[in-house]
Design a protein around this ligand. Structure first.
Ligand SMILES: [Mn+2]
Length: 355
């Protein structure tokens, strides 16, 4: 297990690399070039500079999260081949710089969705929360709600310029049902796989978050059956998954340890997001500290499933709360993620030594 920490870059992340280096057990940074428009080729010199910056701080950068997929690919527009060609060039450029895994998602229009960015918990900490009843309105309502709460912080996948004309985006997806989205996904995977294999870069799709349809948009990365369908697009270690315990676990019907055993067991999960959430009512949850006692997921069973499946990939603590007065990027403060790492690595050591 290679422990990593997501970092938004020196210009946009208040947490310096030197502080990440001091979290015991962290050897890897998970990064991206966040300023490039979706679909544009990532230049080698920009990627190289990021890798060099992380290495100069005493860590490695081998996982990119994310290289986002252009909407034309997801919608299946005639222009998609141009965007796929760009994506392939980006894969090659990342491989040149030593990148091994690309995390991405295949969600229409929205990346992860929350309805509350600072939900106060009983202990006075703040966490991200979701309430299905608040997404029954229009997407524009939610966008306004989220943007007003996040202040000036841009959420990944919620780029204002892309979402400015949200009605046009919804219109473009009008004919894209679940079957068509899956077909467009398969087209994309089949197009990129030969290059992934050639340059040894593993694709790892992140589950939909939350793992059910919102605003009438189809979602096709929600559960074990969906992952099996994606796996069948092209059965290869290069067509894999980011197993996000929080995202999958937001649906109480998902047996997260069983999903880990199945897909890690088949060598299809090079990357794991380990975090906990608490279900508070049907369609409602908030994020929590990583400990099993703080949420609805059994993190011991999750780490044991990883251990017993021989997991040797990359992991990161995913989201954390704002604690100790920190006002971090939503979900990405330093302290609670640091505590999460200490807990996860403690479980890992205990499971290893007692097995
Ligand atoms: Mn995640």
């Amino acid at each position: 297990m290679k422990m990593g920490f997501r970092w938004y870059g020196a210009a946009d992340d208040p947490i310096p690399l030197a502080h990440i280096r001091q979290i015991p057990g962290v050897s890897h940074v998970v990064g991206a070039l966040f300023d490039l428009p979706v679909g544009e080729v990532w230049p080698v010199e920009r990627i190289r500079a990021l890798v060099d910056e992380v290495e100069a701080a005493g860590m490695r950068l081998e996982v990119i999260e994310s290289v986002n997929i252009h909407d034309d690919i997801k919608i299946g527009l005639p222009g998609r081949d141009r965007w796929i060609a760009n994506y392939i060039e980006t894969i090659r450029n990342l491989a040149t710089c030593g990148i091994k895994v690309i995390c991405y998602n295949f969600m229409p229009i929205f990346d992860w969705v929350r309805t509350e960015m600072r939900h106060e918990l009983a202990d006075g900490s703040f966490a991200l929360a979701f309430d299905q009843s608040l997404v029954e309105g229009t997407a524009a309502d939610l966008l306004e709600r989220v943007q007003s709460q996040a202040g000036t912080t841009m959420l990944p996948g919620w780029e204002p310029e892309r979402l400015a004309d949200i009605e046009a985006l919804f219109a473009a997806y009008a004919d894209v049902d679940e079957a068509r989205l899956a077909a467009n996904f398969e087209y994309f995977i089949k197009a990129i796989m030969p290059v992934c294999k050639e340059v040894d870069v593993r694709m790892a799709v992140h589950p939909d978050d939350p793992p059910w349809p919102i605003f009438g948009l189809p979602r096709i990365v929600k559960n074990a059956a969906d992952l099996r369908r994606i796996e069948a697009f092209h059965d290869s270690p290069y067509n894999g998954f980011t197993l996000c315990t929080g995202s999958l676990g937001e649906n109480p019907d998902n047996d997260v340890p069983a999903i880990i055993r199945e897909f890690v067991g088949r060598g299809k999960a090079p990357f794991v997001h380990a975090r906990n959430i608490r279900h508070t009512a049907p369609g409602r949850f908030h994020e929590s500290a990583h400990l099993s006692s703080e949420g609805s997921l059994d993190m011991f069973e999750i780490m044991r499933a990883l251990h017993e499946s021989g997991f040797d990939g990359y992991v990161r603590p995913d989201h954390g709360r704002d604690i100790w007065g920190e006002r971090g990027r939503p979900g990405y403060g330093l302290y609670d993620r640091g505590l999460g790492i200490a807990y996860l690595t403690g479980l890992w050591e205990a499971i290893g030594k007692s097995s």
